[in-house]
Design a protein around this ligand. Sequence first.
Ligand code: ADP
Length: 651
Amino acid sequence: MSNLFSNDVSSNKKNKNTENESARVDGLKLKYEDILSCFDSLEEAIFVFNNNLSILYINKRAEDLIGVKKSIILEKKINEYFEEKDKEKNLEYYLKLSDSKKSFFTFVTFLLAKEGKRLPVKLKVIFNSSNDCHVAVASSFSSKLDEIMELEFNKNILREVIDQVPQMIFVKNEEGRFLLANKALADRFNLPISEIEGSIQHDIQPVKSETDYFLKYDRKVIDTKSRIKTTSSFTDAFGEKRTIEVRKIPIKLPSGEIAALGVATDITKHVEREKELKETSSELSMIVERKNEELLEEKLKLEAIFETVSPGLLLIDDEGNFSLFNKKFEEFYRVLYPEDKEPLLSLNIFSEKFKDDPLFSFIKELIIEKEKVCDTFELSENFFIQVSGVNITSSGSFIGALIEFQDITPFLTLDKLRKNFISSVSHELRTPITSISLSIQFLKKYWERLPKRKIFSTLEVMEESADLLTTLIEDLLVVSKIENNRFKVEKKKFNIIRNINSTIRSFEEQLKSKKIRLEKKFETKDIQYFGDPKRIKQIISNVLDNAIKYSLSNSKIEVTVIKDYVGEYNPDNRKGLLIQIQDHGIGIPSHDLPYVFKPFFRTDEAEKSEGTGLGLYITKNLVELHDGQIFIDSIHHVGTKVSIFLPFIEF
Ligand code: ADP
């Protein structure tokens, strides 16, 4: 066709007029007109145009379709007769794409036919840039027009749809070329869709390192023909790092080639929210954990308090069930019901077994009367408890009762001791008085006949008894004065060693009769002390008297005096002296030790010897009147050590 049309229209016109020119085809000489008239009989519309897109020739079919005569068309641009959906991809675009040699392109376009009709046609274009003559052959789809229109419609709808969805949708082939891209994807790349479609991902991806990851999975989908779901990070054209979840499925293209269709969902926000949620929930769980720990600590503290308090405690709920109790209460309960092996938490105060129990009747009364009450009960012989209770209410309604059980045996014992004392004092008084009165009767009756020696010994017995009476009465007086805070001391400076020595001497007879050896361990012979010498004598006498009284015969008593004593019996580290009297006698049982300084207390073993149980009580008070301290250490059946610390008072 190279010689059929010249490059410019004028020469074309000239050619048209030159009827004698001919062409040789397969040895046949044909006129151009004949050839051209052949084109006129074709079903296809033929357009010949040059590099300027100016139409050089159209055949009869083209004339009919566009409704324009050949003679008029020659000045027009071919572009005016074809309408592309994508305005940029028109014939000019394809002309640019074609190289200097021949290039073939086939695409579907709309031919703008007469009376404004748009006919879909398949346009085959042979670009032949080297001789500035191109041929476009439009085959009509008129027979399948509806189908084509529908296809076009569907294509448009599809396009609309995929451009509306927020997900990024694409189709990529094996080499990573985008065959399809939607608006969401184009937005992320900040490029028009037309630029993305046809491009290789490597050329447009903002962060190249991410591309390899995407392509690797595209290829996997294509190679394995299987679906894949990936989550990865993706940096968009604005430098924003997004997290995307991509579902890729293999699809078969009309050419038979397999490509990867991908739908990518931006899950950045979701991931962030999940992270936030995780953080919040871990923070929350930390707070809950901390609160739990605090609560547990509080609970343990409460339990510890509940357990360590000395009274027995019992918490009863509003139905009378034992809901909480401490060890002390359990001890009391086991004394009251030694045979009962039932767990305490299963008990109820309204149960049959407590029906006639005075203690539980009292508690029931407390719950029913709903008042704070108090009473004393004897759990077993000589074991007394005082029970008091209080109802617990919340917003005015009864929710339970807390009952307190206090062991008051020691107080009652003390009271009992006091009562016993009266009989014991009467007894103590009666003994010497009886002895004196008997002696008087004896002397009265027999004094004329009695030898002087007998009279004398009887008088001696009387004197001893009188002395005992005096001591007893003096002790009682001292106790009464102490208890009424009327006891006075007369302090002066004196040598306390001499005082101790003379006191020891007054016990010579007693020591001798029990064959007890007294060992003195004095650091010095003279310690000047400011105090009441009479009371100091009384202190030493009381302790030494006990040591001898409760010692076994043939034993030893050690009396130690340390001038400037430092040690356990001087806890406040004051300047003073220590007097220690240690015996090897009957000792004191450890459970009795806390009571030995209480007035009238005597151990069971001590009952065999004379005494009032007042000695140590008086001694302690006398020591304290000298600002001192007294300690007693004893091992039952081994011996007793009494330590008296007397501080030096400035005088
Ligand atoms: P008492 O007049 O009974 O001796 P005290 O007040 O002097 O009274 O002593 C109280 C009780 O302490 C005594 O009854 C005795 O049980 C016990 N006691 C005191 N000193 C000794 C001791 N050295 N050895 C054994 N028991 C002692």
